[in-house]
Design a protein around this ligand. Structure first.
Ligand code: ADP
Length: 258
């Protein structure tokens, strides 16, 4: 939501402010609609895992517990839905903190090469399950020091790399490139997956926007990852760019100051 500046300058010393009831009402209406849509989205997203977990637990209590095989199957399903709820609540907390603008950044020197390698280790199993390979370029790079909030940049990289794995084709490639520039490092996460068409490209940073809802949910997506990425990078005074070609792949890139 953008509000136009109501202060106008007559010259260097005189400024005029004219209140406009109409404008105020329009802005309040927009905000109200935005709030309503967001609440509806959040409730819908929360309801799904809660209802599922509830269903499995109640069926168990109503007698399904007697059968050992059913008991284990239902408990696993209930646990999966509770885990999903946990991820969703954590993402919502992160997003609301970032959007309130009240987050304190803990800036320190972060080695992007070490960070990327650590993340590759954490995501190795997910990548292997889809036969996706993970690479850093240049491959001999040892250090790339930037000033950043380590935990939050970790969140950015995890979101981008795990998207590049889960939306890739079986046997696909993910390449993280780190290039040194004068005052910054330029980081890109590239995949050779199905790409994102033009109509969706500008919208993927909106909360809960997904190109393919069922694919996102099946792979554990909350639809909040890229909204969080955008806010974290904005809080670092930088922005994110996405470039995609349908059938060829997608590249997300951003810069971080040295
Ligand atoms: P999700 O939890 O659904 O992954 P994100 O906010 O991380 O949510 O991403 C939003 C949507 O953008 C995804 O649902 C997916 O449709 C699309 N998307 C994100 N990254 C990629 C990618 N690398 N390739 C193709 N589509 C992508």
């Amino acid at each position: 939501l953008q509000t136009s500046n109501p202060i106008k300058a007559m010259n260097d010393e005189i400024f005029v402010y004219v209140s406009s009831k109409q404008k105020e009402i329009e802005e309040l209406k927009k905000m109200e609609q935005f709030r309503r849509e967001f609440l509806a989205d959040v409730s819908h997203e929360l309801k799904t895992p809660v209802f599922s977990a509830q269903g499995f637990v109640h069926t168990l209590l109503e007698g399904a517990m007697e059968d050992e095989a059913v008991r284990e199957k239902f408990l696993i399903k209930a646990a999966k839905n509770l885990d999903r709820l946990d991820v969703l609540v954590n993402d919502l907390v992160s997003l609301s903190q970032l959007e309130s603008g009240e987050t304190t950044m803990h800036l320190e020197k972060v080695n992007l090469v070490d960070l990327t390698r650590e993340i590759f280790e954490r995501l190795e199993k997910v990548a292997q399950d889809r036969s996706v390979s993970l690479k850093i370029k240049p491959d001999k790079l040892e250090s790339a020091l930037v000033i950043a909030d380590k935990q939050r940049i970790d969140q950015v990289m995890v979101n981008l790399i795990s998207n590049a794995i889960k939306y890739n084709n079986e046997g696909g490639k993910v390449v993280v490139s780190i290039e040194e520039e004068k005052k910054s490092f330029s980081i890109s996460v590239k995949d050779n997956g199905p790409g994102i068409s033009q109509e969706h490209l500008a919208r993927i940073f909106e909360r809960f926007y997904r190109v393919d809802k069922s694919r996102s949910r099946d792979s554990g997506g909350t639809g909040l990852g890229l909204a969080i990425v955008k806010h974290i990078l904005n809080a670092h005074g930088t922005s994110i760019t996405v470039m995609s070609q349908v059938g060829k792949g997608t590249v997300f890139s951003f810069k971080l100051a040295k």
